[in-house]
Design a protein around this ligand. Sequence first.
Ligand code: HEC
Length: 183
Amino acid sequence: MDVHPPDPTESHRRTSDSSSKSTERAIILVMIGLVLLYALWTLQATGPPHTPSATDRPTQAVVLSPEMVPLTTGDEPIVDIFTRAGCPVCHTIPGIPGANGRIGPALALGTTGTQRLSDPTYDGKATTVHDYIVESVLEPERFVVPGYSSRTMPIWYGSKLSALALEKIAAYLEKQTDEDLAR
Ligand code: HEC
């Protein structure tokens, strides 16, 4: 059988050959790397300046204009008062069918009301949970619940809800607790 061992000179030629090939390959790799780096850099420079965080809520998705909300006298059933005013769009409200909005806090003021009043950043006028609710509906910007967006809750409810409707809303919400939410 005549299998020749590989010719040493031949093998030497191959090595030098492949070493020049691998230099070439290294250069190409470096160039690809540079192009990728550049692409990454431009992506970062032009990408969205704002990286969404867990506390972000889809506030822009909900637009409720005054024309969409009828006047409420307060003689309506409590469900209608909330529904006509559009509160369920943004709030989860215990006992109100379909009220599972998540733009604003769940309205279980029987649990959260006292927390708001004792919040060191609370600078409203209310001293009772009832008044805090009325104030929150009439002047949402006075105290923005931490973790939620300001300028999201409509500021014109004072012109849509009668004093009676506001009273009924406050009387209802101050009784709702976390346990009612879990039901
Ligand atoms: C377009 C969305 C939106 C609508 C509609 C809306 N709210 Fe709100 N509401 C919010 C957001 C957001 C907050 C939290 C930020 C703040 O305090 O303003 C809030 C806060 C509140 C608070 C304070 C809650 C707390 O935990 O301290 C009350 C009470 C409240 N809303 C009641 C209502 C009632 C009643 C209605 C209907 C008459 C209503 N909201 C309609 C978005 C909305």
